[in-house]
Design a protein around this ligand. Structure first.
Ligand code: NAP
Length: 283
């Protein structure tokens, strides 16, 4: 079984590393060359073109930015679906809209390519540790083929039903992520306005019932006011926009969607999503 991995961003690199560490034969390709070195050092083979990668692989994984990127990779003029992909399996782990997942799945079916949507919850840390949470839509038989590989990438995989079910669950869990980061930011700012220091407030939150690994993981970044992207704010804004387009219109969903959009407009998109605190007035 040869794996072809497409997309070597913040998530793609650690995820493909785990497949290599598990002993899989992995080929890699990225739109922008020059990003494969850490994987080549672990034994991956980089192909010069997408078509070479497809020709050499049985199972294709895609981990790219957004709907446009997935459409370009699959349906673009020289995309996957223009290549001989009959009887191969593609697993798209990007966070995109359920409509696009279903659209790609339908096109893939016509090309004889089996297709799963399998987005992940968990950022770069869990990706490195192989502890992502994976939500899968597609045919159960295809999920069973992918499962041993998904088990190397995550601590839990959930089979949820037909194509689009994985991306639907992902938009729901990321709504909670967006709300949580805005909630923590507002809590820290409120505490500060009352004279309670950020370090102490972070300790209090961590010890409380609402403390989470997420908040503990962001503490150093918050205290240093330094936000290198683990999960870029632009991707969080995208996920909340997708949730909105998929029909969520509850009060907090409306609010976070607007807040992240404004942070994006302020130019914070390339920073980690926790830079929302800076946008809301915290330094
Ligand atoms: P990233 O670091 O921004 O990397 C994006 C990748 O997509 C790069 O390999 C990029 O290639 C590729 N790409 C973008 N547009 C493309 C196009 N039109 N054609 C081909 N390739 C294209 O993103 P990431 O953080 O790895 O996230 C990837 C996906 O996982 C996103 O959907 C994100 O929402 C989701 N996700 C991220 C996290 C996280 O914590 N980072 C957690 C859960 C889910 P180039 O190098 O050529 O630009």
């Amino acid at each position: 079984m040869i794996i072809g991995w497409i997309g070597l961003g913040n998530m793609g690199i650690p995820m493909a590393s785990n497949l290599l560490a598990a002993g899989y034969d992995v080929r890699v390709w990225n739109r922008t060359p020059g990003k494969a070195a850490p994987l080549v050092a672990l034994g991956a083979k980089e192909t010069a073109t997408l078509s070479e990668l497809v020709a050499q692989s049985d199972v294709l994984f895609t981990m790219v930015s957004d709907d446009d990127a997935v459409k370009a990779i699959y349906s673009g003029s020289d995309g996957l679906l223009s290549l001989p992909v009959q009887d191969k399996l593609a697993v798209d782990m990007s966070t995109i809209s359920p409509d696009t997942s279903r659209f790609i799945a339908e096109q893939a079916k016509q090309a004889g390519l089996r297709f799963l949507d399998a987005p992940v919850s968990g950022s770069v840390g869990p990706a490195k540790e192989g502890k992502l949470v994976i939500m899968v839509g597609g045919e159960l038989a295809d999920y069973e083929i992918a499962k041993p590989m998904l088990d190397k990438l995550g601590k839990a995989a959930f089979y949820l039903g037909p194509n689009g079910a994985g991306t639907s669950a992902k938009l729901a869990i990321n709504l909670l992520l967006g709300i949580t980061v805005q909630g923590v930011s507002e809590t820290l700012l409120f505490a500060r306005s009352l004279g309670i220091g950020t370090e102490q407030m972070l300790d209090i939150i961590s010890e409380s019932a609402v403390g989470t690994p997420l908040i503990r993981g962001k503490a150093a970044s918050i205290l240093a006011d330094d936000y290198p992207a683990a999960f870029a704010l632009k991707h969080m804004a995208k996920d909340l926009r997708l949730a909105n387009e998929a029909g969520v219109s509850t009060p907090l969903a409306e609010s976070v969607n607007a807040t992240y959009r404004h942070a994006l407009e302020e130019g914070l998109g390339e920073l980690d999503l926790m830079a929302l605190l800076r946008h809301l007035g915290g330094k």
